[in-house]
Design a protein around this ligand. Sequence first.
Ligand code: OOG
Ligand code: MG
Length: 262
Amino acid sequence: MNLTQDTIARLAGHLENAELQREAVRKITDEYPDMDWDDAYAIQDAIRARKEARGTRIAGLKMGLTSFAKMRQMGVSDPVYGFLTDYGACMDGAAIDTGTLIHPKVEAEIAFVLKAPLKGPGCHIGDVLAATDFVVPAVEVIDSRYENFRFDLKSVIADNTSSARFVVGGTHRGAEGLDLKNLGVVLEKNGEVVATAAGAAVLGHPANSVAMLANMLGARGRELPAGTFIMTGGVTEAIAVAAGDNITVRYQHLGTVSMHFT
Ligand code: OOG
Ligand code: MG
């Protein structure tokens, strides 16, 4: 760690205020080029602690930057993780108010719910499939607190990986009934197909993303408890949305997830 506890607490307040006041800020590595990975996750943890102290419940975890489409779009090369909040959860078909966000984008994702805990290191796809209760379709609405979504990995980790809102679909299936590698995903904006992918876009198989999360948490002495909801990361590049836009994502065997922006 290269930052002091005071600096970590101050940067957590700075980034959380940017979220709450929906005002974009400069990426924090501009001012703190020496911050390391532990500092970045410590800032994210401090934001989580601030929210929990005010009564926010953690709704799940997310992996980000797990597909080449996302890594290429954002100019980074490694997956990251963050947390999801209770106030971020939106119902399928919801109206999402862009006035509460800075510059939202949507991502089509495949989510897992665990029936058994997972703990890395050494967690692999077989462990994940054995521990999976069911798989559900989900759309994440990301909203970087950084100007123009311009960041590096450490800055985006500190900013809770741009987490803002998420919509979960109602069709759930056991992993054993699904070919998750070949599962097709079609993202439509205002009735037009704007992105397509298959599950394999995420690290070859979305269960690999859950295994990587368990291993990243394991390195920090943490585990994924049974019941955890996990979003595995966008299968395509993220699509910018504005008031008036309608989004529908069609998942092979898992139904549709839709929302509109006001
Ligand atoms: C970071 C969050 C990426 C995903 O699914 O890849 C993410 C960002 O692109 O702003 O959530
Ligand atoms: Mg995402």
